[in-house]
Design a protein around this ligand. Structure first.
Ligand code: GLY
Length: 555
């Protein structure tokens, strides 16, 4: 009964709706959808060994960190959105990287105040203090059933025995070749004779296996204190980085209440700051709520979604940053009233104008997985090291590939980062601050069922998850959501990027006539992993994006 009671803390106006969607549910099946088949199968095995969704989340995170070094790694961070069925607890585990204590707002500027190209992207100066190892320990100590030795074991074996290089790995390594070559250890591990490895080459990571053993045996201290920490610090500091012992030993995971909002009889639970995902999504959906969206023509619906994206990303650029450092009125920012104000100047027949032009990009960095176990516990987790292969730097003897998440700060107000995102003082670099993120692990609950989803994709993550939620209006098959062709607007640059098939020829014609700048993008958007639980039948379905090499498994 306490589970139901907890759930009824929802606002009064939504009491009836809350009652319908918050009752405990029993999933008859478990499922995992992740960006790599080895991670999915390792997670399923842990469930079979008696682990719960949180044990599986540790295993999947760790295996992805080994076999997808271009997406996530132990030198990175992420957000783990959890639902614990026994007490209906919903929480976001914030394992985001932090700026080192010696960081300062001008650290990537030259003497004339201009941003130094690539300084926040390559090498150890671009790396924030990693959060993933601490987050896995936190999950193990607070939510999981099995010891870390057991849940990290599959990743340790894969690090020792290696995994085979495929086409996608080659593409990512080719993209980041120079950064990897610049680091002796990264080149030894991830390249073959200092070049992109051949298909089938085995990437073995014995140093990483040793580091993971320390983590499994000693928990937090196995990574952030003692010999691993000493090697991390030496590697970073000998190569121009600024980490200190205090940065590592003082790193803390934070449990944060997720952002929760309603749209069309759905309760959406998503990432809290320092991810902008939940706030930006709430703004987009609140703007849509101000219209009779369903009864608009297809092209007007798309126009309105684009205008909502534009405004929400403008708010992101202006206001959002680490809520531990900046004072924000989140209640106001995510209110329907505020969305109404934002929507005031939307013309249903004309595109608005965002001022200025910058360029956007998306690497196939970052990764997402979704898990449900047969108790109804669930995890949506998005992990990253930022750019493909992060900073490209591995401190010698650790096997730990470091992130370049410092680029997610606003190096200078109005100057775009690698994703073309601009920011303000709210996201300026400060010692110990977490950089703003777009990672948006999300649950969607309705009286019919529960969805668990998320995707990589840099600045486009939020709009991809938004479109998947909109697609739930028409289909409850997660395959439809993950494979949906997508479009994106992020305020600046003032253009709509779209994948082939996202807009019909007629929509392209009409949106152009309304004044939208449309830009078809050849590289696919994202790599979504989604699960759906049908509440009535207890049946679970799962899907991995056809754009990637991932796997979804139901058991
Ligand atoms: N590094 C991508 C993000 O956190 O949004």
């Amino acid at each position: 009964m306490s589970a139901v009671f907890n759930c009824l803390k929802a606002p009064l106006w939504s009491l009836f709706f809350a009652l319908l969607i918050c009752l405990p549910v029993q999933a008859n099946q478990s499922a995992i959808a992740s960006a790599h088949p080895l991670a999915t199968s390792a997670g399923i095995k842990v469930l079979e060994q008696g682990g719960n969704a949180f044990d599986a989340a540790i295993t999947v995170s760790a295996v992805l960190g080994v076999v997808e070094p271009y997406s996530s790694a132990f030198g990175g961070g992420g957000f783990w959105l959890l639902h614990r069925e026994s007490d209906q607890k919903q929480v976001m585990i914030d394992g985001r990287e932090k700026a080192p204590l010696a960081a300062h707002k001008d650290m990537y500027l030259d003497a004339s105040g201009n941003v130094i190209a690539n300084a926040s992207i390559n090498g150890p100066l671009s790396a924030g203090i990693p959060g993933t190892p601490a987050a896995l320990v936190h999950l193990a100590e607070n939510y999981a059933l099995l010891p870390l030795q057991q849940t990290l074991a599959p990743a340790i074996v894969l690090a020792e025995q290696g995994f085979e290089v495929g086409e996608f790995y080659q593409k990512m390594a080719g993209w980041r070749l120079q950064a990897l070559r610049d680091s002796f250890s990264a080149s030894e591990i991830f390249l073959q004779d200092d070049d992109v490895p051949e298909t089938g080459y085995r990437v073995r990571q014995p140093d990483l296996a040793k580091t993971l053993r320390h983590l499994a045996e000693k928990g937090f201290d196995g990574f952030y204190r003692g010999e691993v920490a000493e090697r991390l610090l030496k590697g970073v500091r000998d190569n121009g980085g600024i980490w200190t012992e205090k940065d590592l030993s003082g790193y803390q995971v934070i449990e944060r209440p997720p952002v929760v909002f309603n749209y069309n009889n759905k309760k959406i639970i998503s990432a809290a700051l320092p991810s902008s995902g939940g706030v930006v999504m709430a703004q987009i959906f609140n703007i849509l709520s101000a219209y009779d969206f369903k009864n608009l023509s297809q092209v007007k619906q798309k126009h309105l979604v684009i205008e909502a994206m534009r405004r929400a990303y403008q708010q992101r650029a202006k206001y959002l940053g680490d809520s531990d450092f900046v004072t924000l009125n989140l209640e106001k920012l995510t209110s329907k009233f505020h969305a109404g104000r934002l929507a005031e100047d939307i013309d249903l027949n004309r595109a608005s104008l965002s001022k200025g032009l910058v360029s956007a990009a998306e690497g196939r960095d970052t990764t997402h997985f979704s898990i449900i176990d047969n108790e109804g516990n669930r995890v949506a987790a998005t992990l990253s090291i930022n750019y493909p292969f992060g900073s490209g730097f591995v401190p010698e003897g650790t096997g730990v590939l470091l992130n370049d998440e410092m680029d997610d700060f606003s190096a200078s107000p109005g100057v775009p980062n690698v994703y073309g995102l601009v920011g303000s003082q709210a996201n300026a670099i400060e010692p110990g601050k977490r950089m703003l993120s777009s990672m948006s692990p999300t649950f969607v609950e309705s009286d019919k069922g529960i969805a668990i989803l998320g995707t990589p994709g840099g600045s486009r993550i939020i709009t991809m998850v938004t479109q998947a939620i909109l697609a739930m209006e028409d289909s409850l098959d997660p395959k439809q959501w993950v494979d949906l062709p997508r479009f994106h607007h992020q305020y600046l640059p003032d253009q709509v990027e779209y994948e082939s098939g996202a807009l019909t020829a007629e929509e392209i014609k009409q949106l152009t006539a309304m004044g939208h700048q449309l830009q078809q993008v050849d590289n696919p958007f994202g790599n979504m992993q989604a699960i759906y639980l049908d509440k009535k039948t207890g049946k679970v379905s799962a899907a991995s994006d056809s754009r990637g090499i991932g796997a979804a498994q139901v058991k």
